[in-house]
Design a protein around this ligand. Structure first.
Ligand SMILES: [Ca+2]
Length: 395
C-alpha cells in the first residue's frame, strides 16, 4: 500500500455485501444487517521498517510511540521514525508471542507524563514466563521512574497466549487482559479444572486495578476465599483486545477462538466467558484437545462471533471528530483476516458489522489518536515493510 492511497468506499461496501451473503448462505454467521457505506478516506504511511510493531500510542504533541515486540520502544517525531530506540524500557522475555506488548497513555498523561505498558517477564532461570504491567514517565526523550504495577500469577512455559491489552475507564481503573498461556490440557479431563476456569490464578482473566496497582474494594471477587481479588471476568482464551466505551462506561474485549469462534464480549463483573467449556469455534476437538460445547446457560455469550477467524488483535470505540459516521462504533483490527472491521451498536446489541478496509497485511493494532485519526500497525502479511498507517478523511 503506497503513501496517500485514496480508498474507494465501493470496495468496503462490496465487502459488506459479501458478508451479508455469508449470512444468507452459511447459516452459521451471526445475523447483522448491512452497514451504511464508509466515509471516504486515504491511507497515509507515517513510518515503515519497524520490527514487529505491537502497539501505538499517539501523543497530544503529535509524537507517536510504537512498541516493538522484541523489547524496543520507538518514536515517530515530525514524521520521521527516530533511529535510536527510547531508553528506559524494562527487560522483557522476548520470543514467540511475547515481549514488549501494549502501551497506553495514562488518563492524566498531560500532567503526569505516565505511560502504562505490558511485558512478558521471565522467572530467575527463564524456565517460566508471565505477564506484568509496568508504568513509567516519558519526558519526551526517555522513560524514567519505571515501576512494576503487578506481576500477574499467569506463569507458564509456553511463549504464547500472553494476551495482553490495557484499557482505562473514566473512574480511575485500569483493565488488563491475560490469556490462557496455551495451558496444556488432556482430552477427557474435566474442563472445569482448566486454569481459565479457576479463580486462584490470572490465566484467562481480565483484571481490574486501581491506577497504582492496588485492588478496588468493589471488585467482584474481593473477600471470596480462594479467589484472587484482581479478577474482573474469567473463562477467556486469548483476549488481545480491550476497550472502554465512553458512552456507556462499559469495557469490551475481543478474543481469539480455537479454530474460528473469535469473540466480541461485553465484560460484566464476575462473569464466566466459558473457555474452554464453551466455544463457538467449530464445536469439534481442536489441536489442543479441547472439545467445547457452543453455549451454556450460566456462561456469558459473546455479543458477536466470527465462525471464520479474523484473529482480532485490538478494539477501540471511536470517539473523535474526524470520522463523525464512526462515532460510538467499535473498530477491530485483524491479523489473519487482515482487515479493519467496524461494528455498529444499538445499546449492547449489534446493529451492523462491516469491513472498513482490507488487504493491508496483518493488522496488529488499531489506535485512535488525540487528533481523531485512526492509526494501524502492520506486522507482515502482504507487506514486508511493517508500516504504521494512518486513516485520514478526504475533506
Ligand atoms: Ca467465550
Amino acid at each position: 500500500m503506497s503513501t496517500d492511497t485514496p480508498v474507494n468506499p465501493t470496495a468496503a461496501r462490496a465487502a459488506s455485501v459479501a458478508l451479508a451473503l455469508m449470512v444468507c448462505l452459511g447459516g452459521v454467521m451471526p445475523m447483522a444487517p448491512l452497514a451504511a457505506a464508509e466515509p471516504e478516506f486515504k491511507i497515509v504511511t507515517i513510518a515503515e521498517g519497524l520490527d514487529d510493531p505491537w502497539a501505538i500510542a499517539a501523543l497530544p504533541s503529535g509524537d507517536v510511540l510504537v512498541t516493538e515486540k522484541a523489547g524496543r520502544l520507538r518514536l515517530i517525531r515530525n514524521g520521521q521514525l527516530q533511529a535510536a530506540p527510547i531508553e528506559g524500557v524494562p527487560k522483557v522475555r522476548a520470543g514467540g508471542q511475547g515481549g514488549l506488548m501494549d502501551i497506553v497513555l495514562a488518563p492524566d498523561f498531560a500532567t503526569s507524563r505516565r505511560v502504562y505498558m505490558t511485558i512478558a517477564k521471565s522467572n530467575a532461570d527463564d524456565s517460566l514466563g508471565t505477564t506484568a504491567l509496568v508504568r513509567a514517565r516519558f519526558d519526551g526523550t526517555r522513560l524514567t521512574d519505571l515501576e512494576e504495577i503487578i506481576e500477574t500469577k499467569a506463569w507458564g512455559e509456553a511463549r504464547s497466549h500472553y494476551g495482553t491489552r490495557l484499557a482505562f475507564d473514566a473512574s480511575g481503573h485500569v483493565f488488563l487482559s491475560i490469556a490462557d498461556r496455551s495451558s496444556f490440557y488432556k482430552t477427557g479431563r474435566d474442563l472445569s479444572e482448566h486454569p481459565a476456569q479457576q479463580l486462584d490464578n490470572h490465566l484467562g482473566k481480565i483484571l481490574r486495578l486501581n491506577l497504582d496497582g492496588s485492588v478496588p474494594a468493589d471488585n467482584p471477587f474481593v473477600g471470596r476465599a480462594g479467589a484472587l481479588p484482581e479478577i474482573f471476568t474469567y473463562g477467556h482464551r486469548d483476549p488481545q483486545g480491550l476497550a472502554f466505551r465512553p458512552e456507556t462506561g462499559e469495557v469490551w474485549s475481543v478474543e481469539h477462538g480455537p479454530i474460528g469462534g473469535d469473540e466480541l464480549n461485553l465484560l460484566r463483573p464476575g462473569r464466566d466467558y466459558g473457555w474452554p467449556i464453551v466455544s463457538k469455534g467449530g464445536n469439534h476437538v481442536d489441536v489442543t484437545g479441547f472439545h467445547s460445547i457452543p453455549s451454556r446457560a450460566d456462561m456469558e455469550e459473546p455479543r458477536y462471533f466470527w465462525p471464520m477467524s479474523i484473529a482480532p488483535s485490538n478494539i477501540v470505540f471511536y470517539s473523535g471528530k474526524r470520522f463523525p459516521a464512526w462515532r460510538g462504533n467499535a473498530l477491530i483490527s485483524g491479523l489473519v483476516g487482515m482487515k479493519l472491521t467496524r461494528v455498529e451498536l444499538n445499546g449492547s446489541e449489534i446493529a451492523s458489522v462491516s469491513t472498513v478496509v482490507d488487504g493491508l497485511g496483518r493488522i496488529r493494532d488499531v489506535h485512535e489518536g488525540p487528533d481523531g485519526l485512526i492509526y494501524l500497525a502492520i506486522t507482515g502479511g502482504e507487506t514486508a515493510k511493517t508500516p504504521i498507517l494512518r486513516l485520514e478523511p478526504l475533506e
